[in-house]
Design a protein around this ligand. Sequence first.
Ligand SMILES: [Zn+2]
Length: 146
Amino acid sequence: METLRAQGKFHAAHRQLEYQGKCAYVHGHTWRGTLVVRAERFPRDPKLDMSVDFGALKDIFKGLDHKMLVSKNDARFLDPALFEPEGVVVMPGENPSVENVAFYCLNEAISVLAELFPGQQVEYHIEVTIQETDNNFYTLDRTLVI
Ligand SMILES: [Zn+2]
C-alpha cells in the first residue's frame, strides 16, 4: 500500500444561511486541509517516474485562499453586481459548512487523479480532513476506482 499526504492552509470566509446563531453572519477562518490518498500502487508518469504531484493536490486548498465560500443558495454573493465572481467559490450542498467544504475538496481530488492518470482503473482510498478552527475537524473518506 502506498500513501500520499498533502496539507494546505487557506484563509476564507463563509456564512450559514438559515442558521440560528452567529454562524449566520459572514466570518472567516484559517482553515487547514489534509488530503490522504492511498492506493495499492500509484500509477506513475513513465518519463518522470513519479506518481501524484503534491502540488496538484495542494492547489485544491490554494484555490480556496482569500475566497468567499458560498452555496448555490447565496444570491447576494452570487450577484456579480454586488461581489466579484473571482472571489467566490460555490460549495456543494445547501450551505458552505465544513462538511461541504470537505466534499468539495474530495471532488476536486477525484478530478486531479482522473486528469493525471485517465482510464487507469486504480482503486484509491481518499480521505479529506478539514479543520475549521483549532478544535473542530471534519473527515470524510471514500474508496473509488478512477
Ligand atoms: Zn465558520
